[in-house]
Design a protein around this ligand. Structure first.
Ligand code: GLN
Length: 309
């Protein structure tokens, strides 16, 4: 078995120096000013040993990585009824695409594209005040990461709200089909805020541990979801977690993973490790470029792909 600490050191050194860094998301003005020269990684193995490299303690905007946790929370609240509101097929389209929604009568393809995640947020919101729903999501992340200091970056949330024209269009369009129950403003308010949660790689890898260990966090013994549900969430991460880059991610990395336009990726090596990487520069599909490169090297050297060594 290769030495994980050494592998992470090699990867961190290489990623700090590579010239191909991708481009930071600029459609959310507050993210446009992030320094693309940063890179962080955290890996937590089955025994709970934490291995880190680079800027693993620097908080970043988790953006769409939050969608894994809102999906988990919503499934806990409404169970398989969720699948009446949203599908579970890869979209083959950009994360903020509108065209598919019209053809499919307002039912989003999966819970990880923006439309699907907004529909999931709306489910969590139903029967609650926006502040309560948001508090629920934030506390869930604090609980999973065992860290009550995790917070929302209000400036990022406000910045996205000011320029969230496309997400507003998606939400209104779904509302016209009855897929959104609550006032569009409320649902989007909660959505923009959960995307604006700030975490570092170590916190994110900790929060994802239940997905790597059959729904249980081995550190606390808490069962977060059933083993069956963890397996299914992983399946959706594998097929849909990187939008129309999901096939390429499966081909190169071979792990369930979820990306966000803040440059973070949470990846799950079932039975082995929970992994978080962060590099703010994105590829054309909106996924962290060096995050993917780093994960490709990690899985290759450790033999962690779910498809074989
Ligand atoms: N908050 C972002 C948006 O809605 C999330 C997108 C992403 O991370 N892919 O556009």
């Amino acid at each position: 078995m290769p030495d994980l600490a050494l592998v992470i050191r090699d990867i961190s050194e290489e990623m700090a120096q590579r010239p191909d860094r991708g481009a930071v998301a600029d459609y959310i003005p507050e993210l446009a000013g992030i320094d693309p020269n940063q890179f962080g990684i955290a890996v937590i193995d089955g025994e709970g040993q934490v291995f880190t490299g680079g800027d693993s303690e620097t908080p970043f905007s988790i953006q769409s990585v939050s969608k894994v946790f809102t999906l988990t929370l919503a499934l806990g609240m409404v169970g398989d009824r969720l699948w009446r509101r949203v599908g579970r097929e890869p979209s083959g389209n950009p994360f903020n695409s509108i065209v598919q929604l019209e053809r499919e009568r307002g039912v989003p393809r999966n819970p990880f594209i923006n439309a699907g995640a907004i529909a999931v947020t709306d489910l969590i919101l139903s029967g609650h005040e926006p502040r309560e729903a948001l508090g629920e999501i934030l506390r869930f992340l604090q609980f999973l990461a065992q860290d009550p200091t995790i917070a929302i970056d209000e400036r990022v949330a406000a910045s996205e709200k000011r320029t969230g024209f496309r997400n507003t269009a998606l939400a209104n369009y779904m509302k016209s089909f009855g897929v959104i129950e609550n006032p569009v403003d409320y649902t989007l308010g909660v959505y923009f805020h959960h995307c604006a949660i700030a975490m570092n790689c170590r916190q994110l890898a900790t929060a994802g541990r239940f997905l790597a260990h059959n729904g249980r966090n081995p550190a606390t013994g808490h069962s977060v979801v059933s083993a069956e549900r963890a397996r299914r969430i992983n399946a959706i991460m594998l097929t849909c977690g990187h939008y129309d880059g999901s096939g390429e991610f499966a081909y190169r990395v071979g792990l369930p993973g979820k990306s966000g336009v803040g440059g973070g990726i949470l990846a799950v090596a079932p039975g082995k490790a929970s992994i978080a990487v962060w590099a703010p520069g994105l590829d054309t599909a909106g996924n962290s470029h060096l995050g993917r490169v780093a994960l490709e090297q990690l899985t290759q050297r450790m033999g962690w792909s779910v498809f074989g060594v």
